[in-house]
Design a protein around this ligand. Structure first.
Ligand code: ADP
Ligand code: MG
Length: 614
């Protein structure tokens, strides 16, 4: 992670040196040895209240030095080396527990303060020995700490302070129950500290329940609202990026989007290209005059244009609450930029969608996003050329139906009936289409179907039949990862073998051989719906429909595979029945979905014994 000094951007409120904290000599030396020259904002702000024993609730963003912020006053003023366990720090993961315990060890070394890290997956006995050997500070994950409390191997009777570190993380990982159980078992007289990078409602409730008259210190938070935003990626390889963007916009059909570009030049060219394709939007970039900028902004605010194309700089200070989608035309190279951009949607209690195009050069940035902020966008595939063709055919058909809504004279109607009934009907109608219709409808469709796309369609292999082969190869593999939000020790088991894994597009490419792409495992089930490619169904549409009808998040919907007459929608096994019930009366383009249970995974991978359906 970052090695830059935290809070380097806001030195004004920060004391120039640690001298201001009046640390004891041993701790002052340890701070110096750690290479810390001056306290960060949060360290300066919380030192007083914590060292005087006050309950404190602290919001301060990731990387701002929260660990030392609680470790320093606790080591300096609270822990007495002659006594037993006096401080308990709870952390969401084993890695963080080790990190925090390391910080206590290094800052407390000269004073003789001994920490001990306890977490699941390691030997209980060894941890018991360490606690008995005279640990003053226990740093642990909630599950394991509760274990020790229940077994009586951790005696909290001398405990002075408990600190919930990365509290938002712990709650979002589902540790609320354990935390409550732990806090109930600690002495009532203790001091309770709560540290978090964000302050969701659940944390405030936790504070209300377990803290007494807390001092509240709210510094800038991580600008991240992962729960209200669904993140998606579209891989763009060699195809034209603007064409890909146009397709993505058609697929996702956002009500109101901010489309981010990495450069000023891009904003203009992207906006112009999209306007030519009939999208209602305008662009903002740094080079625009103030009056032009205000005009564009006003048009966007007043819904006169639907979308806005902008750079990060130009979008600064725009405060529009009802943005439904943030689209990254250029994938940001900094994870923090991604978080800032996408934080413009999913506000005010509404859900938001973040959609990013990414290419081979962005794989590292996608990986960093996951490492730094735990954001794991779901990968979706752009429609294949065949799907695009189907879509365009349906559009032409719809246009023809509207256009042909005239009363036919008797002669024409009689001839039409004869043509339709004839054995060579397809050839004859085809001839009419070719001769009269293509020109007319392509004129009409000029706006919605851009030239480049038609070139792509024309280049599609001519052998591709209109009807798919009987094997019913899925037209599109909408690969995705499931954000498996579970407590760290219980990680999902690795896939059994490469051949057993559902195919997916690997976000990590070759850059990270150690990291197994997450795939659906045995906790996934499937729903089969009776609409497919021939009904014009696309993965995005079906996912949206299921989200609306069944109320499950797109992140819990797997790779939707579209076949000719049906589609297979992977969902979590426990929600299969609910999804089926919710879709019972649903239709897509007037076609009933007729949902039923699907076989799990690809048919060839299902062991015969387990395939009870169909
Ligand atoms: P947070 O918990 O807020 O995300 P950490 O406590 O993990 O932040 O600290 C982030 C990094 O900053 C760590 O590498 C830590 O060693 C370093 N750090 C903490 N305090 C200081 C300081 N006063 N000066 C310089 N570096 C610091
Ligand atoms: Mg931390």
């Amino acid at each position: 992670m970052t090695t830059a000094p935290p809070n380097s951007t806001s030195p004004t409120t920060t004391p120039l040196s640690f001298d201001a904290l009046k640390l004891s000599l041993a701790v002052r030396r340890a701070v110096q040895d750690a290479g810390y020259t001056r306290p960060t904002d949060v360290q300066a702000a919380v030192f007083g209240p914590i060292s005087t024993g006050k309950d404190t609730i602290v919001q301060s963003k990731t990387g701002s030095g929260k660990t030392a912020a609680f470790a320093l006053p606790l080591i300096d003023r609270v822990v007495e080396p002659a006594r037993g366990v006096q401080v308990l720090v709870l952390c969401p993961t084993r890695e963080l527990a080790l990190q925090v315990s390391g910080e206590f060890a290094r800052l407390g070394r000269l004073k003789g303060v001994v920490p001990c890290a306890i977490y699941g997956g390691a030997s209980l006995e060894k941890q018991v020995d360490e606690i008995r050997a005279g640990a003053h500070v226990i740093v642990g994950t909630p599950g394991r700490v509760l274990d020790h409390l229940k077994r009586g191997t951790f005696d909290p009777s001398e405990l002075k302070t408990v600190c919930l570190d990365e509290a938002d993380e712990m709650l979002s990982m589902g540790f609320a129950e354990e935390l409550n159980a732990i806090l109930e078992r600690l002495p009532k007289t203790r001091q309770t500290l709560l540290f978090s990078a964000t302050m969701p409602e659940a944390i405030r409730r936790m504070a209300n329940r377990h803290q007494k008259d807390p001092e509240s210190i709210l510094l800038s938070a991580d600008q991240i609202s992962p729960d209200s935003i669904d993140h998606f990626l579209y891989f763009v390889g060699s195809q034209d990026r603007v064409t890909a963007l146009a397709r993505v916009l058609e697929l996702e059909s956002p009500d109101r989007a901010i489309i981010f570009c990495n450069t000023r030049d891009e904003t203009q060219s992207v906006a112009t290209a999209l306007q030519r394709r009939g999208f209602s939007l305008d662009y903002l970039s740094g080079e625009l005059e103030q009056s032009a900028r205000e005009r564009v902004l006003a048009a966007f605010r007043e819904h006169k244009i639907q979308h806005l194309v902008a750079t990060d700089v130009a979008a600064r200070g725009i405060d529009v609450t009802d943005v439904t989608h943030v689209v990254n035309f250029g994938f940001p190279s900094e994870a923090e930029t991604y978080v800032h951009r996408t934080g413009r949607t999913g506000r005010a209690g509404k859900r938001g969608v973040a959609v990013s195009l990414f290419g081979p050069a962005d794989v590292g940035s996608v990986y960093m996003l996951r490492l730094t902020y735990g954001i794991r966008p779901i990968e979706r595939a752009l429609p294949s050329a065949a799907e695009e063709r189907t879509r365009r055919e349906l559009e032409r058909l719809a246009a023809l139906r509207v256009e042909s809504n005239v009363t036919l004279d008797d002669d024409t109607a009689a001839l039409a009936r004869r043509i339709v009934a004839h054995d060579d009907a397809e050839r004859m109608v085809g001839y009419l289409v070719k001769k009269f219709l293509h020109q007319a409808t392509s004129d009409a469709l000029e706006k919605s179907a851009p030239k480049e796309e038609r070139v792509v369609a024309a280049k599609a292999p001519s052998s591709a039949p209109t009807e798919p082969p009987p094997s019913e190869e899925p037209a599109v593999e909408v690969a995705k990862t499931v954000a498996a939000e579970e407590p760290a020790p219980a990680r999902r088991p690795r896939s059994r073998s490469a051949q057993e894994k559902p195919r997916r597009i690997d976000v990590h490419g070759g850059a990270d051989p150690g990291l197994e792409p997450e795939t659906f495992e045995s906790d996934m089930g499937e729903v089969r719906v009776a609409v497919g490619r021939r009904d014009g169904a696309r993965g995005g549409d079906l996912a949206r429909l299921i989200r609306d009808k069944a109320g499950i998040a797109p992140k819990d919907i797997g790779s939707i595979k579209i076949y000719d007459r049906f589609a297979i929608v992977p969902v979590r096994a426990e929600s299969v029945d609910a999804v089926i019930a919710a879709l019972e009366d649903a239709t897509f383009n007037d076609q009933p979905l007729s949902p039923e249970r699907g076989k799990l995974n690809e048919p060839s991978l299902v062991p015969p014994a387990s395939s009870e359906e169909e």
